[in-house]
Design a binder for this molecule. Structure first.
Ligand SMILES: *Cc1c(COP(=O)(O)O)cnc(C)c1O
Length: 351
């Protein structure tokens, strides 16, 4: 730390992204990327737009917001697009939380929530998941604080029902409820359909997982138009051109090919079922997942040992050192060939 670094950030612990090795020698099952490439028309859009890079992007991103609004059956004023969904989450923490408006989230969840809270000097409470790692909805009913819940949750993959989400939203009308649906396309039910009914509900989603665009950085928020206007105040106070020209049009093209991506999600679900089955045969305890990853624990070998041994053999998975989940590993679901390689390697290790 330099002597110039602001005291207000001195104790900030930044988020740790999953490993991104610079060589291609690893089978990457560690950061929940899609194993599938983008659709051909996305490449076309990139080519066309790359010839206009001397021009600023549209700060309103109106074409992309219209397209998202059409797919999710809302109005463009109810949509904001951002540089990954991490950005809309940070905007929401900035816009709706402060010393008087703290936030709560589960103790086991996306590691960025406590970072956003610390960054913006927001008091936060981590509510323990139940012993089976599910969210206890009763903990959130009428809690009278802002709430962020990843649904499906990460890294557990467990999903709340639409009814459970509605109970939480309905019982906290004075507070914002953010539902982070980064993984919703892999089998959960989206709460987007509730945004017209509840003015305190903000949904965030991303193109990083189900739409194969992690490297393009595109996320979005959907909510009541007044909430979106507040998020825009933050956007225009930090970075009006937060979604660049290439990414905006890649996003529009991806949504024009939405069925390609939704078919890919079906393949991931099949491959997930295959992997869960094989892991259970090998004595793993696997949480039921509605995401493009699974969370599992071996009855023979520690999570850390598994992570290290798999890495030696060229396969990256994610291991978390947090006490409550240190026995578990999180495995991203890839193509069927990738999952077969993973299972074969695992069998070798466990022999
Ligand atoms: C991956 C992820 C995000 C954000 O990803 P972006 O690439 O910034 O869109 C948000 N929430 C959860 C739970 C995630 O796993």
């Amino acid at each position: 730390m330099s002597k110039y670094f602001s005291k207000k950030y001195a104790s900030l612990t930044p988020y740790t992204p999953g490993e991104q090795p610079k060589d291609m020698k690893y089978l990457k099952l560690n950061t929940n990327e899609s194993p599938f490439e983008v659709s051909p028309s996305v490449l076309e859009a990139l080519k066309t737009e790359s010839q206009k890079l001397q021009l600023y992007s549209d700060p309103e991103n109106i074409n992309l917001r219209k397209k998202i609004a059409e797919i999710y059956n809302v109005k463009p004023e109810q949509v904001i697009v951002t540089n990954g969904s991490d950005e809309v989450l940070n905007f929401a923490f900035m816009a709706f939380c402060d010393q008087e408006n703290p936030i709560v989230f589960p103790d086991i969840t996306y590691g960025f929530y406590p970072v956003f809270a610390q960054l913006n000097n927001i008091p936060y409470t981590e509510i323990p998941l139940k012993s089976d790692f599910s969210v206890d909805v009763n903990d959130y009913i009428g809690i009278n604080k802002n709430i962020v819940i990843a649904n499906p949750n990460a890294p557990t993959g467990l999903c709340l029902s639409l009814e459970q989400i509605e109970q939480i939203v309905e019982s906290n009308p004075q507070n914002i409820v953010i539902i982070d649906e980064a993984y919703i396309d892999f089998g959960g039910v989206s709460a987007v359909q509730l945004v017209d009914k509840y003015q305190n509900l903000l949904i965030t989603q991303t193109f990083s997982k189900s739409r194969s665009m992690a490297g393009a950085r595109l996320g979005f928020g959907i909510g009541n138009k007044d909430l979106i206007a507040d998020l825009n105040t933050i956007k225009y106070s930090t970075n009006p051109y937060n979604v660049n020209r290439l990414t905006e049009w890649a996003g529009v093209s991806a949504l024009n090919d939405n069925s390609y991506y939704m078919d890919n999600c079906k393949k991931i679900i099949e491959n997930r079922n295959f992997t869960i089955n094989e892991l259970e045969k090998l004595g793993f305890e696997v949480l039921s997942s509605k995401a493009n990853f699974i969370f599992a624990k071996s009855n023979k070998i520690s999570g850390e040992k598994l992570y290290l041994t798999l890495k030696e053999k060229g396969i990256l998975i994610r291991h978390f050192s947090k006490e409550r989940i240190k026995d578990y590993i999180r495995i991203t679901i890839g193509t069927i060939e990738q999952m077969e390689t993973f299972i074969d390697t695992l069998k070798e290790i466990l022999k």
